[in-house]
Design a binder for this molecule. Structure first.
Ligand code: ATP
Ligand code: MG
Length: 418
Protein backbone atom coordinates (compact mmCIF):
# COMPACT_ATOMS: atom_id res chain seq x y z
CA UNK A 1 0.00 0.00 0.00
CA UNK A 2 1.25 3.46 -0.87
CA UNK A 3 1.06 6.03 1.90
CA UNK A 4 0.32 8.79 -0.62
CA UNK A 5 -3.13 7.34 -1.33
CA UNK A 6 -3.93 5.99 2.10
CA UNK A 7 -7.23 6.93 3.72
CA UNK A 8 -6.30 8.18 7.17
CA UNK A 9 -2.84 9.66 6.93
CA UNK A 10 -0.73 10.24 10.02
CA UNK A 11 -1.23 13.67 11.49
CA UNK A 12 1.56 16.00 12.63
CA UNK A 13 -0.12 16.70 15.93
CA UNK A 14 -1.42 14.40 18.61
CA UNK A 15 -5.06 14.77 19.70
CA UNK A 16 -5.11 17.25 22.59
CA UNK A 17 -7.45 15.22 24.77
CA UNK A 18 -5.85 11.76 24.45
CA UNK A 19 -5.85 10.17 27.91
CA UNK A 20 -3.82 7.08 26.99
CA UNK A 21 -1.13 5.96 24.54
CA UNK A 22 -3.59 3.98 22.43
CA UNK A 23 -5.92 6.99 22.12
CA UNK A 24 -3.00 9.20 21.15
CA UNK A 25 -1.18 6.98 18.67
CA UNK A 26 -4.17 5.21 17.08
CA UNK A 27 -5.84 8.56 16.37
CA UNK A 28 -2.69 10.45 15.37
CA UNK A 29 -1.48 7.59 13.17
CA UNK A 30 -4.80 7.38 11.32
CA UNK A 31 -5.57 3.86 12.50
CA UNK A 32 -9.00 4.85 13.78
CA UNK A 33 -11.29 7.85 13.65
CA UNK A 34 -13.40 8.89 16.59
CA UNK A 35 -17.00 9.37 15.51
CA UNK A 36 -18.49 10.00 18.95
CA UNK A 37 -17.35 9.34 22.51
CA UNK A 38 -16.51 5.64 22.67
CA UNK A 39 -17.43 5.04 19.02
CA UNK A 40 -14.78 4.57 16.37
CA UNK A 41 -14.37 3.88 12.67
CA UNK A 42 -11.51 1.53 11.90
CA UNK A 43 -9.49 2.94 9.01
CA UNK A 44 -7.36 0.81 6.64
CA UNK A 45 -4.27 0.69 8.89
CA UNK A 46 -6.19 0.01 12.09
CA UNK A 47 -8.44 -2.55 10.48
CA UNK A 48 -5.41 -4.52 9.33
CA UNK A 49 -4.22 -4.75 12.96
CA UNK A 50 -7.72 -5.71 14.13
CA UNK A 51 -7.98 -8.32 11.38
CA UNK A 52 -4.66 -9.78 12.50
CA UNK A 53 -6.00 -10.12 16.06
CA UNK A 54 -9.15 -11.76 14.72
CA UNK A 55 -7.13 -14.16 12.57
CA UNK A 56 -5.18 -15.32 15.63
CA UNK A 57 -8.40 -15.71 17.63
CA UNK A 58 -9.97 -17.79 14.85
CA UNK A 59 -6.92 -20.01 14.43
CA UNK A 60 -6.61 -20.77 18.13
CA UNK A 61 -10.34 -21.35 18.69
CA UNK A 62 -10.82 -23.45 15.57
CA UNK A 63 -7.89 -25.53 16.87
CA UNK A 64 -9.82 -26.33 20.07
CA UNK A 65 -12.90 -27.42 18.13
CA UNK A 66 -15.07 -24.32 18.49
CA UNK A 67 -17.33 -23.57 15.52
CA UNK A 68 -17.72 -20.04 14.21
CA UNK A 69 -21.22 -18.60 13.83
CA UNK A 70 -22.64 -15.12 13.51
CA UNK A 71 -25.63 -14.14 15.61
CA UNK A 72 -27.80 -11.05 15.23
CA UNK A 73 -26.94 -7.84 17.05
CA UNK A 74 -30.64 -7.06 17.56
CA UNK A 75 -31.84 -9.41 20.28
CA UNK A 76 -35.27 -10.43 21.47
CA UNK A 77 -36.66 -8.43 24.37
CA UNK A 78 -38.69 -11.49 25.41
CA UNK A 79 -35.51 -13.52 25.83
CA UNK A 80 -33.98 -10.78 27.97
CA UNK A 81 -37.15 -10.80 30.07
CA UNK A 82 -36.92 -14.58 30.34
CA UNK A 83 -33.49 -14.27 31.98
CA UNK A 84 -34.63 -11.30 34.05
CA UNK A 85 -31.89 -9.11 32.59
CA UNK A 86 -34.06 -6.65 30.57
CA UNK A 87 -34.46 -4.47 33.66
CA UNK A 88 -31.25 -5.25 35.54
CA UNK A 89 -28.42 -4.74 33.04
CA UNK A 90 -27.73 -1.00 33.22
CA UNK A 91 -25.58 -0.88 30.06
CA UNK A 92 -28.29 -2.45 27.88
CA UNK A 93 -29.26 -0.37 24.85
CA UNK A 94 -33.00 -0.74 24.22
CA UNK A 95 -34.15 -0.10 20.68
CA UNK A 96 -37.78 0.78 19.92
CA UNK A 97 -39.27 -0.25 16.58
CA UNK A 98 -41.98 1.61 14.66
CA UNK A 99 -44.03 -1.58 15.01
CA UNK A 100 -44.23 -0.98 18.73
CA UNK A 101 -41.83 -3.78 19.53
CA UNK A 102 -38.55 -3.27 21.37
CA UNK A 103 -35.20 -4.96 20.85
CA UNK A 104 -32.00 -5.26 22.86
CA UNK A 105 -28.86 -4.15 21.05
CA UNK A 106 -26.57 -7.02 22.00
CA UNK A 107 -24.03 -6.36 24.78
CA UNK A 108 -23.48 -10.15 25.05
CA UNK A 109 -25.26 -13.18 23.60
CA UNK A 110 -26.39 -15.70 26.20
CA UNK A 111 -29.99 -14.76 25.38
CA UNK A 112 -29.46 -15.73 21.74
CA UNK A 113 -27.00 -18.59 21.88
CA UNK A 114 -28.72 -20.62 24.61
CA UNK A 115 -32.03 -21.17 22.78
CA UNK A 116 -30.12 -21.43 19.49
CA UNK A 117 -27.91 -24.28 20.65
CA UNK A 118 -30.85 -25.75 22.57
CA UNK A 119 -32.72 -26.22 19.31
CA UNK A 120 -29.97 -28.60 18.14
CA UNK A 121 -29.29 -30.48 21.39
CA UNK A 122 -31.46 -33.42 22.33
CA UNK A 123 -29.15 -36.25 23.29
CA UNK A 124 -25.86 -36.62 25.16
CA UNK A 125 -24.47 -37.42 21.70
CA UNK A 126 -25.03 -33.78 20.72
CA UNK A 127 -22.68 -32.66 23.51
CA UNK A 128 -20.22 -31.12 24.05
CA UNK A 129 -20.65 -28.33 21.54
CA UNK A 130 -18.89 -24.96 21.40
CA UNK A 131 -19.71 -22.00 19.17
CA UNK A 132 -18.12 -18.59 18.90
CA UNK A 133 -18.56 -15.38 17.00
CA UNK A 134 -16.58 -12.22 16.43
CA UNK A 135 -19.08 -9.41 16.49
CA UNK A 136 -19.77 -5.82 17.34
CA UNK A 137 -21.20 -5.37 20.83
CA UNK A 138 -23.05 -2.39 22.26
CA UNK A 139 -22.98 -1.20 25.86
CA UNK A 140 -24.34 2.03 27.22
CA UNK A 141 -21.20 2.70 29.27
CA UNK A 142 -21.57 5.69 31.58
CA UNK A 143 -18.08 6.82 30.73
CA UNK A 144 -16.35 5.83 27.50
CA UNK A 145 -12.63 6.41 27.87
CA UNK A 146 -9.06 5.35 27.21
CA UNK A 147 -9.32 5.23 23.42
CA UNK A 148 -10.54 1.85 22.23
CA UNK A 149 -10.18 0.30 25.70
CA UNK A 150 -13.68 1.27 26.80
CA UNK A 151 -16.15 1.98 24.04
CA UNK A 152 -19.92 2.05 23.70
CA UNK A 153 -19.59 0.03 20.51
CA UNK A 154 -16.71 -2.46 20.41
CA UNK A 155 -15.54 -5.76 19.00
CA UNK A 156 -15.83 -8.94 21.02
CA UNK A 157 -15.18 -12.59 20.45
CA UNK A 158 -17.67 -14.55 22.49
CA UNK A 159 -17.54 -18.31 22.80
CA UNK A 160 -20.18 -20.47 24.47
CA UNK A 161 -19.80 -24.14 25.29
CA UNK A 162 -22.38 -26.70 26.39
CA UNK A 163 -21.64 -29.89 28.30
CA UNK A 164 -23.27 -33.02 29.66
CA UNK A 165 -21.18 -33.12 32.84
CA UNK A 166 -19.28 -30.75 35.13
CA UNK A 167 -16.15 -32.80 34.52
CA UNK A 168 -16.43 -32.23 30.78
CA UNK A 169 -17.07 -28.52 31.27
CA UNK A 170 -13.96 -28.18 33.42
CA UNK A 171 -11.89 -30.12 30.89
CA UNK A 172 -12.92 -27.75 28.09
CA UNK A 173 -12.65 -24.66 30.30
CA UNK A 174 -8.98 -25.49 30.88
CA UNK A 175 -8.39 -26.10 27.17
CA UNK A 176 -9.84 -22.69 26.29
CA UNK A 177 -7.87 -21.05 29.12
CA UNK A 178 -4.66 -22.35 27.53
CA UNK A 179 -5.86 -21.24 24.05
CA UNK A 180 -6.42 -17.75 25.50
CA UNK A 181 -2.84 -17.63 26.77
CA UNK A 182 -1.62 -18.59 23.27
CA UNK A 183 -3.82 -15.91 21.67
CA UNK A 184 -2.49 -13.19 23.97
CA UNK A 185 1.11 -14.39 23.59
CA UNK A 186 0.83 -14.18 19.81
CA UNK A 187 -0.46 -10.64 20.30
CA UNK A 188 2.71 -9.89 22.29
CA UNK A 189 0.98 -9.89 25.69
CA UNK A 190 1.97 -12.01 28.68
CA UNK A 191 -1.51 -12.14 30.15
CA UNK A 192 -2.04 -12.54 33.89
CA UNK A 193 -4.88 -14.73 35.09
CA UNK A 194 -7.01 -13.34 37.89
CA UNK A 195 -9.38 -15.67 39.64
CA UNK A 196 -12.50 -13.57 39.78
CA UNK A 197 -15.93 -13.50 41.26
CA UNK A 198 -18.55 -14.10 38.59
CA UNK A 199 -20.13 -10.66 38.42
CA UNK A 200 -23.78 -10.87 37.46
CA UNK A 201 -23.59 -14.64 37.00
CA UNK A 202 -24.31 -17.10 39.77
CA UNK A 203 -21.50 -19.36 38.81
CA UNK A 204 -19.00 -21.88 39.92
CA UNK A 205 -15.89 -20.02 38.87
CA UNK A 206 -14.52 -17.35 36.58
CA UNK A 207 -11.15 -16.06 35.43
CA UNK A 208 -10.12 -12.71 34.04
CA UNK A 209 -7.14 -12.23 31.74
CA UNK A 210 -5.28 -8.97 32.24
CA UNK A 211 -2.66 -7.06 30.30
CA UNK A 212 -0.43 -5.11 32.64
CA UNK A 213 -0.46 -1.42 31.80
CA UNK A 214 -0.81 1.91 33.56
CA UNK A 215 -3.84 2.53 31.32
CA UNK A 216 -5.68 -0.32 33.04
CA UNK A 217 -8.54 0.39 35.44
CA UNK A 218 -8.02 -2.60 37.73
CA UNK A 219 -5.57 -2.84 40.62
CA UNK A 220 -3.98 -6.26 40.68
CA UNK A 221 -1.19 -8.04 42.50
CA UNK A 222 0.67 -9.92 39.77
CA UNK A 223 3.70 -12.12 39.26
CA UNK A 224 6.06 -10.91 36.54
CA UNK A 225 7.46 -14.40 36.01
CA UNK A 226 4.26 -16.43 35.51
CA UNK A 227 0.52 -15.88 34.93
CA UNK A 228 -0.49 -15.64 38.61
CA UNK A 229 -2.46 -12.59 39.68
CA UNK A 230 -5.17 -11.53 42.13
CA UNK A 231 -7.49 -8.58 42.30
CA UNK A 232 -6.17 -6.26 45.02
CA UNK A 233 -9.64 -6.00 46.62
CA UNK A 234 -9.90 -9.72 47.34
CA UNK A 235 -6.28 -10.60 47.45
CA UNK A 236 -4.82 -13.17 49.84
CA UNK A 237 -1.33 -11.98 48.83
CA UNK A 238 0.33 -8.56 48.79
CA UNK A 239 3.07 -6.81 46.83
CA UNK A 240 6.48 -8.08 47.88
CA UNK A 241 5.21 -11.58 48.76
CA UNK A 242 6.54 -14.58 46.88
CA UNK A 243 4.29 -15.86 44.12
CA UNK A 244 2.39 -18.92 45.39
CA UNK A 245 2.72 -20.44 41.92
CA UNK A 246 6.41 -19.91 41.13
CA UNK A 247 8.12 -18.10 44.01
CA UNK A 248 9.04 -14.89 42.14
CA UNK A 249 8.28 -11.51 43.72
CA UNK A 250 4.73 -10.18 43.42
CA UNK A 251 4.11 -6.60 42.32
CA UNK A 252 1.21 -4.20 42.64
CA UNK A 253 0.25 -3.11 39.10
CA UNK A 254 -2.63 -1.87 36.95
CA UNK A 255 -4.34 -4.27 34.57
CA UNK A 256 -6.83 -4.02 31.73
CA UNK A 257 -9.21 -6.93 31.33
CA UNK A 258 -8.73 -8.37 27.86
CA UNK A 259 -10.60 -11.61 28.42
CA UNK A 260 -13.04 -13.17 30.84
CA UNK A 261 -14.22 -16.76 31.15
CA UNK A 262 -17.08 -18.17 33.24
CA UNK A 263 -18.56 -21.43 34.36
CA UNK A 264 -22.26 -20.55 34.09
CA UNK A 265 -23.59 -23.84 35.38
CA UNK A 266 -27.27 -24.19 34.43
CA UNK A 267 -28.15 -20.50 34.92
CA UNK A 268 -29.13 -19.94 31.30
CA UNK A 269 -29.83 -23.50 30.13
CA UNK A 270 -32.44 -23.90 32.88
CA UNK A 271 -34.43 -20.77 32.10
CA UNK A 272 -34.48 -21.60 28.39
CA UNK A 273 -35.48 -25.17 29.29
CA UNK A 274 -32.65 -26.92 27.48
CA UNK A 275 -32.59 -30.66 28.01
CA UNK A 276 -30.79 -33.72 26.72
CA UNK A 277 -31.29 -37.43 27.26
CA UNK A 278 -28.32 -38.96 29.05
CA UNK A 279 -26.90 -42.46 28.56
CA UNK A 280 -29.43 -43.88 31.02
CA UNK A 281 -32.31 -42.33 29.14
CA UNK A 282 -32.91 -39.62 31.73
CA UNK A 283 -33.57 -35.97 30.83
CA UNK A 284 -30.89 -33.59 32.10
CA UNK A 285 -30.09 -29.88 31.87
CA UNK A 286 -26.82 -29.17 30.03
CA UNK A 287 -24.09 -27.11 31.69
CA UNK A 288 -22.74 -24.00 30.03
CA UNK A 289 -19.58 -21.91 30.01
CA UNK A 290 -18.84 -18.62 28.28
CA UNK A 291 -15.57 -17.07 27.17
CA UNK A 292 -15.06 -13.47 26.01
CA UNK A 293 -12.20 -11.51 24.48
CA UNK A 294 -12.48 -7.82 23.70
CA UNK A 295 -10.93 -7.77 20.22
CA UNK A 296 -10.87 -4.00 19.74
CA UNK A 297 -9.77 -3.52 23.36
CA UNK A 298 -7.00 -6.03 22.68
CA UNK A 299 -5.63 -3.86 19.86
CA UNK A 300 -5.63 -0.96 22.33
CA UNK A 301 -3.92 -3.09 24.98
CA UNK A 302 -1.24 -4.09 22.45
CA UNK A 303 -0.52 -0.39 21.85
CA UNK A 304 -0.43 0.31 25.60
CA UNK A 305 2.14 -2.43 26.10
CA UNK A 306 4.14 -1.79 22.90
CA UNK A 307 5.09 1.83 22.37
CA UNK A 308 7.69 4.45 23.17
CA UNK A 309 7.44 8.25 23.20
CA UNK A 310 7.53 8.38 19.39
CA UNK A 311 4.82 5.87 18.60
CA UNK A 312 3.70 2.29 18.38
CA UNK A 313 6.06 -0.70 18.23
CA UNK A 314 3.77 -3.38 16.77
CA UNK A 315 4.46 -7.01 17.62
CA UNK A 316 5.16 -8.95 14.44
CA UNK A 317 1.87 -10.83 14.16
CA UNK A 318 -0.32 -7.78 14.80
CA UNK A 319 1.54 -5.21 12.67
CA UNK A 320 -0.60 -3.89 9.80
CA UNK A 321 2.49 -4.19 7.59
CA UNK A 322 5.85 -5.93 8.17
CA UNK A 323 7.88 -3.34 6.32
CA UNK A 324 7.71 0.43 6.14
CA UNK A 325 9.56 1.42 2.98
CA UNK A 326 10.64 5.07 2.98
CA UNK A 327 11.75 6.95 -0.09
CA UNK A 328 13.61 10.22 0.46
CA UNK A 329 13.51 12.50 -2.53
CA UNK A 330 16.52 14.12 -4.18
CA UNK A 331 16.66 17.37 -6.15
CA UNK A 332 19.18 15.81 -8.52
CA UNK A 333 16.99 14.27 -11.24
CA UNK A 334 19.39 11.42 -12.08
CA UNK A 335 19.65 10.44 -8.43
CA UNK A 336 15.89 10.85 -8.02
CA UNK A 337 15.23 8.52 -10.97
CA UNK A 338 17.50 5.94 -9.37
CA UNK A 339 15.78 6.32 -5.97
CA UNK A 340 12.38 5.73 -7.58
CA UNK A 341 13.68 2.78 -9.57
CA UNK A 342 15.20 1.10 -6.50
CA UNK A 343 12.16 1.84 -4.30
CA UNK A 344 9.57 0.61 -6.74
CA UNK A 345 11.69 -2.47 -7.44
CA UNK A 346 11.88 -3.24 -3.71
CA UNK A 347 8.17 -2.55 -3.24
CA UNK A 348 7.38 -5.06 -5.99
CA UNK A 349 9.93 -7.74 -5.02
CA UNK A 350 9.28 -7.64 -1.26
CA UNK A 351 5.57 -8.13 -1.83
CA UNK A 352 6.25 -10.91 -4.34
CA UNK A 353 8.28 -12.56 -1.58
CA UNK A 354 5.24 -12.44 0.72
CA UNK A 355 6.06 -9.34 2.76
CA UNK A 356 3.37 -6.81 3.58
CA UNK A 357 4.79 -3.43 2.63
CA UNK A 358 3.60 0.10 3.18
CA UNK A 359 5.54 2.51 1.00
CA UNK A 360 5.98 6.12 2.05
CA UNK A 361 6.18 7.43 -1.51
CA UNK A 362 4.93 10.92 -0.59
CA UNK A 363 6.65 13.66 -2.55
CA UNK A 364 5.32 16.43 -0.32
CA UNK A 365 6.54 15.17 3.08
CA UNK A 366 9.87 16.20 4.59
CA UNK A 367 12.58 13.79 5.71
CA UNK A 368 11.75 14.59 9.33
CA UNK A 369 8.06 13.92 8.79
CA UNK A 370 8.70 10.64 7.04
CA UNK A 371 10.97 9.34 9.78
CA UNK A 372 8.61 10.55 12.52
CA UNK A 373 5.68 8.85 10.79
CA UNK A 374 7.58 5.59 10.44
CA UNK A 375 8.13 5.64 14.21
CA UNK A 376 4.54 6.68 14.89
CA UNK A 377 3.03 3.95 12.71
CA UNK A 378 5.38 1.39 14.23
CA UNK A 379 5.86 -1.32 11.60
CA UNK A 380 8.54 -3.82 12.70
CA UNK A 381 11.09 -2.95 9.99
CA UNK A 382 11.96 0.30 8.23
CA UNK A 383 13.81 0.31 4.91
CA UNK A 384 15.00 3.67 3.71
CA UNK A 385 16.12 4.51 0.18
CA UNK A 386 17.95 7.83 -0.17
CA UNK A 387 20.68 9.54 -2.15
CA UNK A 388 22.99 8.80 0.78
CA UNK A 389 22.19 5.10 0.94
CA UNK A 390 22.53 4.75 -2.82
CA UNK A 391 25.97 6.35 -2.69
CA UNK A 392 26.89 3.20 -0.81
CA UNK A 393 24.82 1.15 -3.26
CA UNK A 394 22.47 0.09 -0.52
CA UNK A 395 19.45 0.84 1.65
CA UNK A 396 19.25 1.68 5.34
CA UNK A 397 17.54 -0.98 7.41
CA UNK A 398 16.31 -0.45 10.96
CA UNK A 399 14.04 -2.46 13.22
CA UNK A 400 11.47 -0.25 14.97
CA UNK A 401 12.80 -1.13 18.41
CA UNK A 402 16.44 -0.47 17.43
CA UNK A 403 18.17 2.90 17.57
CA UNK A 404 20.74 2.53 14.82
CA UNK A 405 20.10 1.76 11.18
CA UNK A 406 22.58 -0.27 9.15
CA UNK A 407 23.32 -0.34 5.46
CA UNK A 408 22.44 -3.42 3.49
CA UNK A 409 23.78 -3.70 -0.08
CA UNK A 410 21.14 -3.69 -2.81
CA UNK A 411 22.11 -7.18 -3.92
CA UNK A 412 21.68 -8.50 -0.36
CA UNK A 413 18.34 -6.98 0.70
CA UNK A 414 16.03 -9.74 -0.44
CA UNK A 415 18.25 -12.36 1.13
CA UNK A 416 18.64 -10.47 4.42
CA UNK A 417 14.86 -10.11 4.82
CA UNK A 418 14.18 -13.73 3.88
P1 ATP B 1 -15.24 -4.29 32.17
O1 ATP B 1 -15.12 -4.85 33.57
O2 ATP B 1 -13.95 -3.81 31.61
O3 ATP B 1 -16.38 -3.30 32.05
P2 ATP B 1 -16.79 -6.58 31.58
O4 ATP B 1 -16.30 -7.49 32.64
O5 ATP B 1 -18.10 -5.92 31.75
O6 ATP B 1 -15.64 -5.51 31.24
P3 ATP B 1 -17.30 -8.82 29.84
O7 ATP B 1 -18.78 -8.86 29.91
O8 ATP B 1 -16.51 -9.80 30.60
O9 ATP B 1 -16.79 -7.33 30.16
O10 ATP B 1 -16.91 -8.83 28.28
C1 ATP B 1 -15.88 -9.62 27.71
C2 ATP B 1 -14.72 -8.78 27.25
O11 ATP B 1 -15.16 -7.71 26.39
C3 ATP B 1 -13.98 -8.08 28.36
O12 ATP B 1 -13.06 -8.95 28.96
C4 ATP B 1 -13.31 -6.93 27.62
O13 ATP B 1 -12.10 -7.39 27.03
C5 ATP B 1 -14.31 -6.59 26.53
N1 ATP B 1 -15.09 -5.39 26.87
C6 ATP B 1 -16.07 -5.28 27.80
N2 ATP B 1 -16.58 -4.05 27.84
C7 ATP B 1 -15.91 -3.34 26.88
C8 ATP B 1 -16.01 -1.99 26.42
N3 ATP B 1 -16.89 -1.14 26.93
N4 ATP B 1 -15.17 -1.60 25.42
C9 ATP B 1 -14.29 -2.46 24.88
N5 ATP B 1 -14.16 -3.74 25.29
C10 ATP B 1 -14.96 -4.19 26.27
MG1 MG C 1 -15.49 -9.22 32.45
Amino acid sequence: MKLSGLLGKPSKTAPHDADTANAKFLLQGGFVRQEMAGIYSWLPLGLRALNNVQKIVREELDAVGAQEVLMPALESKENWETTGRWDTVDVLFKVPSQTGREYALGPTHEEVVTPLVGSFVNSYKDLPVAVYQIQTKFRDELRAKSGVLRGREFGMKDLYSFHATQEDLERYYEIVKQAYLRIFKRCGIDAKIVEASGGSFTKKFSHEFHAITQAGEDDIIACMACTFAQNTEIATVKAGDSCPACGAELKSVKGVEIGNIFDLGTKFTQVFKLAFTDEKGERQTPLMACFGIGTTRLVGAVVETHHDERGIIWPKEIAPFDIHLVTLHSKDQTVQDRIVEVSSGLYRDLQAQGHKVVWDDRADASVGEKLADADLLGMPLRILVSAKSLERNGVEVKARHEVEAHIVGLDGVMEELG
